[in-house]
Design a protein around this ligand. Structure first.
Ligand SMILES: [Zn+2]
Length: 500
């Protein structure tokens, strides 16, 4: 169960407003505990412009607005409308927005880009975490993703077959890492460690190449947690580890084992054990803790922040610590929280707790801390693109472009292609760069974005992009067939076979 009450969940249904969805969301989207916020004035303007341009450009291409929005030019048009309202933040040419052929040519030119998503999820077959279904309904209602729109979502959509489809077929993602989340309620772990590692085997066997990596969850303080670490090392051989310092993120009301990364008694024996076994990547969920959540669970707030990262990183220089969500605090909530985040940036030049994270390398003299973009990117690019640009600028400035890694938190919000398009086109406005000393992000396939999309994680996970067989393995063939079958949703399910 997520933290939505039945009443809140009911308020998200039905997904009726999505008859003609825009290709890029014009409202923020719910993720588990976060309700969508009301549409802002500027989002209303964006939606109106998207629809007007969609009609105009659709006519020019002989397509209905709905059909046009499903094309690459529809996506380009959506970004063009955002530029009109927020200023020139997304690289998009007027010609591309107007012509389906031109836009498709650009998309095809980028299709083979190496994208490694180190933050994906699906749920176990016997899951009861209905809250995520409401989240996807909200995605459809917000007009985010044509595939989710007007289509009631079910728990089935959160399971392995759809994860496979949305990650490997509906997006340009080449390699995905399966993550998870522990709970004091054993049935409500997203996946057991065995399930994650079994799925990795299943995917890689089916692909005939290394397309999938997996976390094992470590849960300090949980009964028998170190035995499970021993077992995972011996039997499961995860690619990296994932922990939640808030203890139980799914059922915060049950959380009795929060922990600090710099706890010498509790956490250090774990680092020691995995380091001895040759493991060197520890991923930790941080942030996603707006004031509304802090009010309900004040005792967990200090664990959601990043004060414990620096010392742990300094004491364990051979372990890379990847901070998930870049500790971004201002997600969802009942108020316009990204707006609050942006106001904070405008007033102070800082954003909780992402700025604190970005300070760590200089403050502690460490280079083994990394920032993951799960949720922080999706939730800001939707509501407040200037904040998104600022966050990217500060992360790159503080951590280095070689210490920011691509993660999308899919499938909570549908196929990640829209997020991929967003980063490909995003640029930090010049006046913001000058004022804050941010570097340019550059072209979609330039060195900065290429590093973030896959280069940095490939290096961390010792994934040889050049030698690996992802270009011509079985998944590449399946995707080609799938694309030939057409992007029309009614044809999609016939275009591929889910490896089982
Ligand atoms: Zn996640």
């Amino acid at each position: 169960m997520g933290l939505l009450s039945d009443k809140e969940t009911a308020a998200l249904l039905p997904a009726s407003a999505a008859d003609c969805p825009t290709p890029v969301p014009v409202r923020v989207v719910s993720s588990d505990e976060f309700l969508p916020i009301p549409q802002t004035e500027r989002q209303k303007q964006v939606e109106a412009r998207m629809n007007a341009l969609g009609d105009e450009h659709g006519r020019r291409n002989g397509l209905s607005r709905r059909r046009f929005f499903q094309t690459a030019a529809g996506m380009a048009t959506a970004f063009a409308a955002m530029n009109e309202v927020y200023g020139p933040i997304y690289a998009v040419s007027p010609a591309e927005a107007k012509s389906v052929d031109l836009a498709q040519a650009r998309a095809d030119g980028l299709k083979d880009q190496f994208i490694m998503d180190v933050h994906t999820h699906f749920l176990r077959d016997d899951t009861r975490l209905q809250g995520f279904v409401a989240g996807r309904e909200a995605v459809g209602k917000a007009g985010w993703n044509p595939d989710l729109a007007g289509k009631p979502q079910t728990l089935e959509d959160l399971k392995y077959p759809n994860w496979f489809k949305e990650i490997y077929l509906d997006s340009d993602t080449k390699v995905a890492l399966i993550s998870g989340s522990p709970s004091e309620e054993p049935r409500d772990w997203f996946l057991t460690n065995d399930m994650k590692l079994d799925a990795r085997t299943r995917v890689n066997t089916a692909a005939g190449s290394r397309r999938c990596l997996s976390h094992a969850i470590f849960a300090p303080g949980y009964p028998g947690w170190m035995d499970e670490v021993d077992r995972a090392i011996a039997e499961l051989k995860p690619d990296s580890w994932k922990g939640y310092t808030v203890g139980d993120n799914t059922h915060k009301e049950l959380s009795t084992h929060p922990w600090r990364m710099d706890d010498e008694k509790l956490a250090y024996p774990f680092y020691e054990k995995i380091a001895k076994a040759g493991h060197d990547i520890v991923c930790v969920h941080k942030g996603l803790y707006p004031p509304s959540v802090a009010q309900r669970f004040p005792h967990l707030t200090p664990y959601a922040a990043v004060d414990d990262v620096g010392k742990a990183a300094k004491d364990w220089p051979n372990i890379r610590f990847v901070i998930y969500h870049s500790a971004y605090r201002w997600t969802g909530g009942a108020g316009a929280l990204a707006k609050d985040g942006y106001a904070q940036f405008e007033q102070t030049g800082r954003v909780e707790w992402t700025s604190d994270l970005a300070d760590i390398p200089a403050k502690y003299g460490v280079s083994n801390v990394y920032a993951d973009l799960g949720q922080i990117f999706a939730q800001t690019t939707v509501v407040e693109p200037r904040l998104c640009a600022a966050l990217m600028g500060m992360l790159i400035k503080g951590m280095g472009a070689d210490h920011v890694v691509w993660g999308t938190d899919a499938l909570w919000t549908g196929a990640p292609q829209w997020q991929i398009e967003g980063l490909r086109r995003l640029e930090i406005p010049e006046e913001m760069r000058r004022k804050h000393g941010f570097a340019e992000l550059g072209p979609a396939d330039g060195p900065v974005k290429q590093a973030i999309f896959g280069g940095n994680s490939a290096k961390m996970y010792r994934y040889d992009v050049k030698k690996a067989a992802w270009r011509d393995d079985r998944f590449a063939a399946i995707k080609l067939d799938y694309e030939r079958a057409g992007r029309d949703p009614s044809h999609r399910r016939y275009g591929y076979v889910v490896p089982s």
